[in-house]
Design a protein around this ligand. Sequence first.
Ligand code: ADP
Ligand code: ASP
Ligand code: MG
Length: 403
Amino acid sequence: MAKKVLKFGGTSVGSIERIINAAKIIKREHEDGNSIIVIVSAMAGKTNELIDQSKAISKNFTRRELDVLLTSGEQVSSALLCGALNEIGVKSKSWMNWQIPIITEGENTNSRIININKEKINKFISDGGVAVIPGFQGVSINGDITSIGRGGSDATAVAVAKIFNADSCEIYTDVDGVYSSDPNKIPVAKKIDKISYEEMLELSSLGAKVMQSSAVQTAMIHDIPLEVKSTFTNRKGTKIFGQENIDYNKVITGVAYSKDEAKITLIGVQDKPGVAAEVFEPISKSQINIDMVIQNVSSDGKTTDLTFTIKREELDKTIDTIKNNKKIKFKELSFKKDVSKISIVGAGMVTTPGVTYKMFRALASENINILAISTSEIKISVIINDIDTLRAVKKLHSIFELD
Ligand code: ADP
Ligand code: ASP
Ligand code: MG
């Protein structure tokens, strides 16, 4: 008998029919003799709807209250799924974050799970019940309701798999697995049978939302094998595990993109030691993540231009932070809102020369201008104009033989 964690995403529980369908999958797994813990997301669209409602009430809706509001979506789907399971003869029970409890640390809306009390759940599953745990939710040491970031039910599933020492962690979603690019946007994308944690981590942090990046990171650290599969078909999914289990026959495994980027350039910044630190310190203190950074060679030896990218939603806050920073001097600040980031990811890159050149040549042949570049051992990312996004993804997908 195996202990399994089964996670159902928003679309998989997006309607009453779909909840009943998920319950049937769980019933089959349970009847096969497995011990089951289920993690559920809110019904598709619910979390966004609650965010919109909070914005309609106030621009300054506090993060604490936002967590109380947003985590309610998972409460609804947990209870409905338990209802559906009980209806078809599977004994099941749900617990909210604070009842278990799922303890988190860190700020509201972006907390991390640090512990989960196993007692009630272990007792219930060893008595043959199916335990249903809401994804995304937590409770702080002070007793405040918290949430663990968008797409966080994946992270709950991995944390539960780790803490309960599960034999498998299966992520049920609305696609058959992880593809070489988003199959809903790039129809020629191919399903990947096996992918390493490292590549999956790059793909998800670069925009492939099929797995949340912090969930992949936890799985990688603790060597928890994951499987991404469809709630709606019986097709084989994608296995995510350690690199040693994978034979690479392709240089590039996937192409990811994210359309929510922005670029800022400071023109005429003083070119002397410590200036970059003065620019970036207050930005990071405002909890804004800087992504790519480019500093031009100084032509006069006195001043230079500093370009960097951030998430588009943080553009206004970043500009305010720079303007309020009295320690730095520059001639002009310019920014571009409508940019996106395209990335190619592949462990095969390490041993294959010429990948960078091939990528740039391919983009040039499409007349796509590169605004910034960043590389790591297994990925190359470029910033381009938003309008060129899909054209660039399609071109790279075909040039690296992923179609
Ligand atoms: P869930 O609600 O089940 O968590 P998500 O919407 O978070 O599902 O993630 C699944 C979606 O991820 C798919 O519908 C697909 O559009 C998108 N996606 C983006 N990149 C990829 C990729 N490389 N492979 C598969 N799906 C991807
Ligand atoms: N409901 C949350 C969200 O939409 C968590 C999740 O679906 O994983 O972000
Ligand atoms: Mg998701």
